[in-house]
Design a protein around this ligand. Structure first.
Ligand SMILES: Nc1nc2c(c(=O)[nH]1)N[C@H]1C(S)=C(S)[C@@H](COP(=O)(O)O)O[C@H]1N2
Ligand SMILES: [Mo]
Length: 258
C-alpha cells in the first residue's frame, strides 16, 4: 500500500473503533443501570468490560464514567500492605483535620469527617491494583464522591447542588486532590471522580481506616491504578485545567486507568 492508502485505512479503522466503542459504552451504561442491583459473577467481569477497556485506551476519560470495575464477594477481601506513605506525616492531628474544597467562583468549603459519614454509606469489594504488579481485593466503606459533590454543589459551575444522576452537566473538567501538606497529589477527570464506584472511604474491611491506609479519609477509585487512590485527602480543588499528578510527573500515564 502507498502511504496515503495506509493513512486512509487507519483513519477508517479509527472511526470504526470509536463507533463500536461508543455503542459499547452506551450498552454498558444501560447494562449498569439494569445490573447494579444484581450481583456480578464473582470475579468475572461482564462481557463488555474488555470492549470498554479498549475504548478507554482510545478515548482516555470519555468512557470511564460508563465502565464498572469488577466487584467481588466480601469473603474474598484481604488486608493490603501499606504501600506508599508520601504525605502521611507522623505529626498529623486527626482532631483538627478538615476536608477543604475549592471551586472557582465559590467560597472555599470545609467539612468534618462527620459530614462525610452523614452521606449515604456505600460498601464495595474491589481490587486495589498497584502499577508495580500486585493487587488486593479489599472491602471498602465510604461515601460516593458524586453524592458529596451533588449535595453541596461542589465542582458545579453554578455552585449549586445538582442531581447526581445528571452529574456531567455543567461541571468543571477536573479535580485535584492533595494530602494536607500537599506532598502527594492526584489529578482526576471529573467523569472518573464522579464515577459511581469512586468513594471517599473511612473504613477498610469493616474497621476504621488506619493512618497507614489513609485515615481519616482516602479516595478509592477502582477504575484507576493504586497511584490515583490518594490516602489522607486534605483538599479537593475543581478546575478546568488538567491538574498535575505526583506519579504522572514521574513518568506514569496521567489517566492511569486499567
Ligand atoms: N498519600 C498517599 N497516598 C497514596 C500513596 C502515597 O504514597 N501517598 N501511594 C499510592 C499507591 S502507589 C498505592 S498502590 C496505594 C496503596 O494503598 P494501601 O497503602 O492502602 O495499600 O496508595 C496510593 N495512595
Ligand atoms: Mo502503587
Amino acid at each position: 500500500m502507498h502511504d496515503v492508502d495506509v493513512d486512509r485505512q487507519i483513519r477508517r479503522m479509527t472511526r470504526r473503533s470509536f463507533a463500536v466503542g461508543g455503542l459499547a459504552a452506551g450498552a454498558g451504561l444501560l447494562g449498569w443501570l439494569g445490573l447494579r442491583s444484581a450481583s456480578l459473577e464473582d470475579g468475572i467481569p461482564w462481557p463488555l468490560r474488555r470492549v470498554l477497556e479498549f475504548n478507554e485506551k482510545l478515548a482516555g476519560a470519555v468512557s470511564s464514567e460508563s465502565r464498572l470495575a469488577p466487584e467481588f464477594s466480601q469473603d474474598r477481601a484481604t488486608e493490603p500492605c501499606v504501600n506508599g506513605v508520601i504525605g502521611l506525616d507522623e505529626d498529623f492531628d486527626p482532631a483538627t483535620w478538615r476536608l477543604q474544597v475549592f471551586s472557582p467562583g465559590s467560597a472555599p468549603k470545609r467539612f468534618t469527617l462527620e459530614d462525610i459519614k452523614a452521606l449515604p454509606a456505600v460498601s464495595m469489594t474491589t481490587e486495589l491494583k498497584c502499577i508495580e504488579g500486585w493487587s488486593n481485593v479489599v472491602h471498602w466503606t465510604g461515601a460516593r464522591l458524586v453524592d458529596f459533590a451533588a449535595k453541596y454543589g461542589l465542582g458545579s459551575r453554578s455552585g449549586k447542588p445538582f442531581n447526581a444522576d445528571r452529574k456531567l452537566a455543567n461541571l468543571f473538567d477536573y479535580a485535584r486532590m492533595e494530602t494536607p501538606t500537599g506532598a502527594y497529589y492526584v489529578g482526576l477527570d471529573t467523569a472518573s471522580a464522579l464515577h459511581p464506584q469512586t468513594l471517599l472511604c473511612y473504613a477498610m474491611n469493616g474497621e476504621p481506616l488506619t493512618p497507614g491506609h489513609g485515615a481519616p479519609l482516602r479516595l478509592v477509585i477502582p477504575v484507576k491504578y493504586g497511584i490515583k487512590n490518594i490516602k489522607r485527602i486534605g483538599t479537593i480543588r475543581f478546575t478546568d485545567e488538567r491538574p498535575g499528578d505526583y506519579w504522572a510527573e514521574r513518568g506514569y500515564d496521567w489517566y492511569a486507568g486499567h
